[in-house]
Design a protein around this ligand. Structure first.
Ligand SMILES: NC(=O)c1ccc[n+]([C@@H]2O[C@H](COP(=O)([O-])OP(=O)(O)OC[C@H]3O[C@@H](n4cnc5c(N)ncnc54)[C@H](OP(=O)(O)O)[C@@H]3O)[C@@H](O)[C@H]2O)c1
Length: 174
């Protein structure tokens, strides 16, 4: 079981542009979900996921009525979101407690901290992050939501090209 952060990023380390820009810089690009470090292979090994409230709100705003995950998802928030028929658990409990619940729910599969970067950092602060998989798009954004606002040492496991993306899989050095 690994706790993983799988995300796309600009070359200058932002996972989202300023709000009015959203993810258009990312979602219009050429990538093969079945290719190296592609989404299909990654998600097949995931048994539970979590995300912050901004990421969840983005999904509500940009893909209303859609939900892409059939595994349990925890949303970290202090807000009240509309009820949903999906297995989405809103929480403001400590990340340590939720991580234990995610690992149990995942039943041997990996767990995915979807983002944003500060939430991933909270997991890392407690030694709970094992790997990051980053798909670098060929642009800089100049500003936006940070990839992972912490100082952490990694070792590279894999490096691939997939379409327009330069893909890196890295392991946290213990
Ligand atoms: N490029 C990609 O592949 C990719 C991947 C993921 C996300 N994104 C985008 O990146 C952006 C990330 O936004 P973001 O940096 O603001 O991060 P975020 O993690 O999505 O949301 C931050 C919010 O999560 C809640 N939160 C975080 N930690 C918490 C904790 N320990 N307990 C309770 N609530 C907690 C807080 O919400 P409250 O205000 O409710 O307290 C906080 O304001 C989004 O626009 C998203 O769409 C891009």
């Amino acid at each position: 079981m690994l706790t993983q952060y799988y995300t796309a990023s600009s070359l200058d380390g932002f996972i989202a542009a300023e709000p009015e820009d959203g993810l258009a810089w990312l979602l219009t690009r050429d990538v093969d979900a079945k290719g190296p470090q592609g989404y299909d292979g990654f998600i097949a090994e995931i048994g539970a996921l979590c995300m912050g409230a901004t990421t969840y709100q983005w999904l509500l705003d940009h893909a209303p009525g859609e939900w892409y995950y059939d595994m349990p998802c925890w949303v970290f928030t202090h807000r009240t979101f509309p009820a949903t028929e999906h297995d989405i658990r809103f929480t403001s409990e400590p990340v340590t407690a939720i991580h234990a619940q995610m690992v149990e729910a995942a039943a041997g599969k990996n767990v995915w901290v979807v983002g944003g970067g500060e939430l991933v950092g909270q997991f890392a602060d407690h030694g709970l992050l094992d790997e990051i998989w980053i798909q670098y798009a060929p642009l800089t954004l100049g500003a936006g939501a940070p990839l992972l606002p912490r100082r952490i040492e990694f070792e590279q496991i894999e490096h691939d090209q997939n379409g327009e993306f330069s893909c890196r899989r890295l392991r946290v050095k213990r």
